[in-house]
Design a protein around this ligand. Sequence first.
Ligand code: PPE
Length: 309
Amino acid sequence: MQEAEKIWMNGELVDWPDARVHVLSHGLHYGTTVFEGIRAYDAEGGTAVFRLDDHLARLERSAAMYHMPVPYTREEMRAAVHAVLAANGLGACYIRPIVLRGYGTMGLFPLEAPVDVAVAAWQWGAYLGEDGLRTGIRAKISSWRRIGTNTIPATAKAGGQYLNSILAKIETHKAGYQEAILLNEAGYVADGSGENLFIVRDGVLITPPVQASILEGITRASIITLAADEGIPVLEREVARAELYTADEVFITGTAAEVCPVIEVDDHALGTPGPVTRRLQNRFFAATEGRDPRSGEWLDHVGAPAPTV
Ligand code: PPE
């Protein structure tokens, strides 16, 4: 990874190598961490964080799921993100806030373990490669099922749940594909290992609903809004595996992966990235770069007051 200079940890900026936790931290043993992935972009008017308030709200909801009190307010967390970007002189970058159960107690009852909070940021280019964004990626359905809503809630972005994504990612990577798609316990499409998924059929945009064991992605929500702006009908409904093979278009969305076309699923070729994918991808990047009517409500310029919606 590309290191930066400073990381915000428990209220202060520390040097990158000094942002450490104890090896017996609860979160390390049991996955009791919640985190966010956020991007800042080089936007018109300077560096801007995309939907920061929405990410921080999700972080609070994820923490609440595990009865983890976040010892900082929304405004303090926002200030921490701004401080990290300023201290590191970062423009476009990836931002990783994490709230974790720290060192002090062992065993499965976590509520007496201290809660630590950190915010790091570093340069992270296209998650699935610049080529991936441009020409699309090849995906494979993993034999691992997505965690069920009554196993681990997929809507909370908790560290432990990523073991599920990691099994799927390793399997499909070893099989020669760039991304894994996971089906849920009912056998319907859930998400990619780190992305939500959309298909296009006859001009209609379709994406699995919250109850399909998906992470409620902020990029997904942005695409649904942008599609509505564009007059593209959107359906949130269960997606059958076979629909992926015959869809007009498939793409995946996530903070890290952004809006990435999928051109092949399980060796079924879907053709080059389609017109709906391109249109929404262009609007998404226009929004992140401050060139879209949605930019005003979605961009939090570093050093500026919080955007009002
Ligand atoms: N589903 C999963 C399972 C997921 O991990 C992500 C984000 C999404 C959907 C999309 O959510 P959003 O970023 O709010 O649009 N995955 C994060 C972690 C990636 C990583 O490798 O770490 C991300 O994109 O930051």
